[in-house]
Design a protein around this ligand. Structure first.
Ligand code: CDP
Length: 225
């Protein structure tokens, strides 16, 4: 197998990240959750009280972002921010930050560097459309809104926050709206992406769906040679 780039896009709560992580393990490829980068910059701007129109400062901060992943933990410029980047405060603000084109340019550049010699599994909103338009495989996950909200509620519970479903539904709808309608690299289905409705699927089925496609495509290729 040559270099393998797998892009998984879609809205929040469709199970992209968990699927992508397990798939990467199975294929022995690096995994990158691109949303973490947008969450990290959002967290830094919020913490340092920087306004969205302070573009020069924002660019300086974005360029200096260095993320390291150790087990399940995320280190931002050497500091463990695993919990901080997943708070409702950051989640509520991230889509307003990620629509700033200067930020996207810097982060897209950083993301491309993660496709080493073997490739990468990456999930996000614009991976198949903008970050890796040449990806070998592109998937677009979607899912019923109430199911997504219930999944997100469980994620928050796992982090120790009990949040009413209604609040989560509102947050999801608002973020979908902003992510789909922004000018620069909106969330949309790439023409060549395979779509998957994850409403009634468990994670293992989602991993299997992608894995089988990759393996059968490679077998076909080998048989042709
Ligand atoms: O974890 P969840 O699915 O809720 O979101 P995420 O993947 O952590 O992404 C958080 C936000 O970052 C999204 O709502 C987008 O606004 C932004 N994002 C983006 O613009 N482009 C990406 N490739 C990934 C995330």
């Amino acid at each position: 197998m040559g270099k393998l780039i797998i892009a998984i896009d879609g809205p929040s709560g469709t199970g992209k990240s968990t699927t992508a992580r397990l798939l990467a393990e199975k294929l022995n490829l690096p995994y990158v959750d691109s949303g973490i980068f947008y969450r990290a910059i959002t967290y830094l701007l919020f913490k340092n009280k920087i306004k969205p129109d302070e573009i020069k400062r924002i660019e300086q901060i974005a360029k200096k972002i260095n993320l390291e992943f150790k087990d399940e933990d995320v280190y931002l410029n050497g500091i463990n921010v695993t919990k901080e980047i997943r708070t409702l405060d950051v989640t509520n603000r991230v889509s307003s930050v990620s629509k700033i084109k200067e930020i996207r340019k810097i982060i897209v550049e950083k993301l491309r560097n993660y496709a080493g010699s073997r490739g990468v599994v990456m999930d996000g909103r614009d991976i198949g459309t903008v970050v890796f338009p040449e990806a070998n495989y592109k998937f677009y996950f979607f899912c019923d809104l109430n199911t997504r909200a219930a999944r997100r509620q469980q994620d928050f519970l796992d982090l120790g926050h009990k949040i009413p479903l209604k609040k989560i539904l509102l947050e999801l709808k608002k973020r979908d709206e902003l992510d789909k309608n922004r000018k620069d690299s909106p969330l949309k289905i790439s023409d060549d992406a395979i779509e998957l409705d994850t409403t009634n699927l468990i994670i293992e089925e989602q991993v299997d769906f992608i894995y089988k496609r990759i393996v059968s495509a490679n077998n076909m290729l080998n048989n042709e040679l």
